[in-house]
Ligand binder design. Structure first.
Ligand SMILES: [Fe+2]
Ligand SMILES: [Fe+2]
Length: 301
């Protein structure tokens, strides 16, 4: 029998993947079992923290009853989960294509496959959350949906990891805060706890990969990656809160959206959600230059 070919040595990469694999064994959930989907919602609690609701502090906000405000917070929770699910579907396909071309004996690729399994459970969890709360399907706008189809089919390299990091890190900020907030529904807190725990590994994986590949990327590819990352960030930030959520409390969707985008509290929430990520992407040369205007227009810097 011939010995298997030697795998190329990639310092550090295998050791990190091995740690991530071990952590996946020790700290993973099965949301279908670990969440009590039949538990009733608790009266008087919020879907997301009150101050993170997109209309918080606006004129429209003061015209809503307390109950309507909490209803809106549940719809916004579902909208954010829905955009997370949308991107997870894109990411799973990109990771599958990534693994298709590489050596499955490496821990690095075994971890990529493990991450797909995590994302698959997350997408079921977010789907069940939307089903449980009986909200409409807050899928992204049609053009965004089609752009996502293109990206999941051809996305690779720096933009794949940077785009992924963007979605994972802004969700991490929002969910980490809400999972500790006792004014928030236990259902939200458990969903967030599961997602935050498992996503910490994904963030590590994507950051390490970017640190490794950026020095090998040429000028033209870096410009393209900057553009794509900025586009993803803009599109995700704009779709985070679906305009139809406002209809749940009798507000015209266009009016609600205009008020949210002009709301300094909501703009600050967006900047706050990206505050850890932007300096890292800037260090990697993935934020800066003319495409930074997309980040500004989306209130992310
Ligand atoms: Fe996820
Ligand atoms: Fe993830």
């Amino acid at each position: 029998m011939t010995a298997p070919a030697r795998m190329p040595e990639v310092p550090g990469r295998e050791a990190i993947a091995e740690r991530l694999l071990r952590s996946s064994l020790d700290h993973s959930y099965e949301p279908s079992i670990d969440i009590d989907w039949d538990a009733p919602l608790v009266d008087g609690l919020w879907g997301i923290p009150e101050h993170r609701v997109s209309l918080y502090g606006t004129r429209l906000w003061f015209e809503l009853t307390d109950e309507q405000r909490r209803t809106l917070s549940l719809h916004e929770l579902c909208s954010v989960a829905r955009i997370g699910l949308w991107f997870e579907l894109i990411l799973m396909q990109m990771l599958l294509r990534y693994a298709y071309d590489r050596d499955p004996r490496s821990k690095h690729i075994q971890y990529a496959l493990t991450e797909i399994a995590d994302e698959c459970r997350h997408s079921v969890m977010f789907g069940k959350l939307n089903e449980r709360l009986g909200v409409p399907d807050y899928r992204p706008h049609r053009i965004t949906h089609e752009l996502g189809r293109l990206f999941k089919t051809i996305g690779y390299g720096p933009a794949m990891f940077a785009g992924t990091l963007f979605v994972e890190e802004i969700l991490d900020q929002l969910q980490r805060e809400a999972m500790r907030d006792e004014t928030v529904q236990p259902l939200t807190r458990m969903v967030n706890k599961i997602h935050v725990t498992e996503e910490a590994r994904h963030v590590r994986y994507a950051r390490e990969e970017l640190i490794r590949i950026m020095p090998t990327v040429g000028f033209a590819e870096r410009q393209l990656a900057r553009y794509l990352t900025a586009r993803i960030a803009y599109v995700v930030a704009r779709n985070l809160i679906h305009r139809d959520v406002y209809a749940s409390v009798g507000i015209d969707p266009s009016e609600g959206r205009r008020a949210a985008l002009a709301n300094p509290n909501f703009q600050e929430t967006l900047r706050w959600s990206a505050r850890k990520l932007v300096p890292f992407l800037r260090e990697q040369g993935l934020v800066g230059g003319p495409t930074e205007s997309f980040w500004r227009q989306a209130y992310l810097v």
